[in-house]
Design a protein around this ligand. Sequence first.
Ligand SMILES: [Zn+2]
Ligand SMILES: [Zn+2]
Ligand SMILES: [Zn+2]
Length: 153
Amino acid sequence: MVAVEQILQQAEQRCTNHGSRLTKKRKQVLMGLLLSEKALSAYELIEHCKAEFGESLPPMSMYRILDFLEQEKLVHKLNLSNKYVACSHISCDHDHGAAHFMVCEDCGKVKEVNIKKPVMSELHAAVSESGFKLVSQQLELSCQCNECADRSS
Ligand SMILES: [Zn+2]
Ligand SMILES: [Zn+2]
Ligand SMILES: [Zn+2]
């Protein structure tokens, strides 16, 4: 596990390389997501910033911050729940590719997963054979995490 501080530094560096800036507020939002195992909504993040840093951010500002972080590929948006997660590859050098997520239906924990290209191609083929077209390259899978599975067995 890479320490959050270290990830934040790398995020800052990435923004600098792109000629943008990870301002204090942007950093606070990113930190909230990095510390959370669950995806958080814009409103939950507003609450977080208020509780942790005494910052009251209006929803418009929060959405702008989240848009920025998404553009910098530091966070991902889950389309089904309309919530956000920190990217788990901020400190990696490799090509990111499409992001896919496993979401625990019981506790809300989210994990970013890599799905191999052949599997995705097969999925694309199956979808188009059925007369549909995938509109999002991002899969969000309903799951149960191991901890929840252990608890319920
Ligand atoms: Zn990612
Ligand atoms: Zn990685
Ligand atoms: Zn769970």
